[in-house]
Structure formats: C-alpha cells, structure tokens
Design a protein around this ligand. Structure first.
Ligand code: ATP
Length: 347
C-alpha cells in the first residue's frame, strides 16, 4: 500500500479571484504516513485538502497519488475519501445503510454491501449499534460512523477536515487515540487538517505548518518543535521564546551572538551563519533555569510579571525589555523549592 498511497504535490497554486489560497506549494507525503496540516484560519489548508480530494482543481501545478497524476481526475476515481467536519450523515438511514450508501450507488448487491458495512462498523467499534439512526448516537459515535462511511470504499488516502473540532475535550483525546490506531491498522495515508497544535504534534508523522497559502515547514513533530525554521513556526507551535541578535564571531561550532541589552549568547552554529549576520533563534521554554545571580553567558535578567500553575509545570512570565514576553516553564518541584513572586527580579 505504501507506494500507492504516496502523495506528491508539485508547484500547486489555487486562486480564487485575486486571493492566492494556495501559493506554489511543493510537498511529498510518504505512503502510509499520518500527516497533519496546521495553520491559522484562512491559510489554505482546507483548499489544499480539497484539491487532493478532487473537490477543487488547482489553478496550476500537479497532484500525484501513487505516482499517477490525478490533478483533474474525478473525485471518485483517485482513491481518496474525505470525511466532512459536520459528518453529513443521512438522518433517516440506519448506521448500516449510512455506511453502505456509496456501495448502493455503485450497484453492489444488498447482501454484500450489508456485509461490508458491518465489517466497517466493527472496525470503528459500533457494530452493536448498527440498526440505530444517527440521532440516537453521541457526537463521538456519529463521528465514527462518518469514518466508517469514508473508509467503506477502501481508499488509499483518507482526508480529514478538522475531524475532532466538534467534540468536547474528553472525547477529542479519546478519538485522537482511535484515529491513530485506525491509521496504524489500515496502513493508509491520513491527511488531517487541524488548528490545534497538541493534536498535530501527538498524531502526525509529518506536520505541515502553513501560513498565507505557503508551507512554512514540513517535518516530523520533533523536528518542528525543536528546530523551527522560522520565528513564525516557533511562535505558532508554541513552547519557544524567540530572541534576536547579531553574530559576533564563530568559535569552532559555537556562534557567539550579541543580543540586545548587552547579553551575549553562545549558540550551536548553523552551517550558513556568518559574523555580522543578524539572526533570530529560539529557546525552549522548558530548558531554562532560574538562578540567583546573573550569568555572563546565555543569561538574561527580567522581572516576573505573571505566574501560572499548570499542574505538571509552572509558567513564569518575565518582562526582559526585549519586546516580547519571555516565558519559562519550570518543573513544579523546582518552582516550589524556590518560589518567585510577581515583581521579583530573576536571572
Ligand atoms: P480555516 O481554518 O478557517 O478553515 P483554511 O486554512 O482551511 O481556514 P481555506 O478555507 O483553505 O483556509 O481558505 C484559504 C483562503 O481562500 C481564504 O482567504 C479564503 O477566504 C479563500 N477561499 C477559500 N475558498 C474560497 C472560495 N470558494 N471562494 C473564494 N475564496 C475562497
């Protein structure tokens, strides 16, 4: 299944009048991968998804599934299935008939489609409710019916547009696990549009961060989180402080960077960094220690402006005079061993 369900998006642009919803996007999604597309409202994720599904045609560029150019292929012929945000179930049909619906349209015999629908309902753990109608189900169960219906035609690629957004927090976390399990069992490509960072990080093999119709970064969750390519990705995915400075000199593999306020930073030098260059870099909020004295290197001072207890950690917000709020996530044991108060100066 792997090669058949690989997706290549080549220089795809979609214009709506003067709006460039998707701007010259190049992306490869490995067959059998779980891909999450994330970005702010209007960044083009749904448009990209709909072009893969065949509900929209690119203005220019090509889309290949399993190496076959499907740019203008009919929706039903490209091996994709799209699960809608609102589930779009038929209210008067039983779950079995809802799931079997597209097989009926295709002219599959009644016995065979019933059998296939029951197998799918079993996969999403709803076989015991097969004769109910959608209004007799919870939100999470309705969603599983929609999933079974999307999977009945054995797609190579399942496309999910904000599949968890209508569910409450508890169900969302539960369904997240089920989606991942289902994708593992089926071994097909899932492309999941979300606006929730933890969802993307938890589910994806590949996270695609979009902004203004462009891909800002496409990489594994760990890479995205630890090595954001741009201040935008660092800020959008969260968990980072973004700082600025100018490269003073390179000492072996260390770039010595002069920041604002006279602070000097020793940073692992990226290959293309040169003396005199202005750059921005990010520091994980959970990799910062608070010390009693100012440090000569990699040390910042600031005033505590807010403290938020989060259960597993404590968020300490500092005003450092650098423009942006500087945030530290402290282990709660460490924090309560030496607690700080609003107004304290810390280093
Ligand atoms: P959201 O998270 O709000 O769903 P999105 O990232 O999925 O947003 P898209 O729905 O892909 O964004 O829209 C991208 C851009 O294209 C937006 O500026 C939107 O207004 C525009 N757009 C989308 N569909 C159409 C359409 N059918 N006609 C005109 N403009 C459209």
């Amino acid at each position: 299944m792997t090669e058949q369900s690989r997706i290549d998006i080549r220089h795809v642009t979609k214009l709506y009048g003067r709006t460039k919803a998707v701007n010259n996007v190049d992306l490869t999604i490995a067959g059998g991968a779980y891909c999450c597309m994330i970005g702010p409202s209007g960044c083009g994720k749904t448009t990209l998804l709909r072009m893969i599904a065949g509900h929209e045609t690119p203005t220019s560029g090509a889309i290949l599934i399993g190496g076959t150019d499907v740019t203008t292929a009919r929706t039903g012929s490209r091996g994709t299935a799209l699960m809608f945000q609102n589930y779009a179930l038929f209210p008067h049909l039983s779950l079995t008939d809802n799931v079997a619906f597209s097989l009926r349209v295709k002219g599959v015999r009644a016995d065979d489609r019933r059998q296939a629908a029951r197998e799918m309902l079993d996969r999403v753990q709803l076989l015991h409710l097969a004769d109910r109608v959608p209004s007799e189900l919870s939100g999470g169960q309705q969603q599983r019916v929609a999933l079974a219906r999307a999977l009945i035609n054995k797609p190579k690629v399942l496309l999910l547009d904000e599949p968890l957004s209508a569910l409450d927090e508890f169900l969302r976390l539960k369904m997240r696990v089920e989606l991942k399990r289902l994708q593992n069992d089926l071994g097909i490509t899932f492309i999941h549009v979300t606006h929730t960072q933890p969802e993307a990080i938890a589910l994806a093999d590949q996270v695609v961060v979009m902004d203004h119709g462009l891909i800002e970064q496409a990489a594994s969750p760990r890479e995205i989180y630890n090595r954001p390519h741009s201040p935008y990705v660092a800020r959008f995915m969260g968990g980072q402080n973004v700082l600025a400075g100018r490269v003073d000199r390179i000492d072996g593999t260390t770039a010595v960077v002069a920041g604002r306020n006279g602070v000097s930073y020793d940073l692992p030098a990226a290959r293309d960094v040169e003396p005199g260059q202005d750059l921005r870099f990010s520091v994980r909020r959970d990799r910062i220690a608070i010390r009693p004295d100012a440090a000569a290197r990699n040390g910042l001072s600031g005033t505590v402006v807010n403290i938020e207890y989060q259960g597993t950690f404590v968020k300490v917000a500092l005003e450092t005079g650098l423009g942006e709020e500087f945030m530290i996530y402290m282990d709660d044991e460490d924090y309560f061993a030496h607690p700080h108060g609003v107004g304290d100066t810390v280093h």
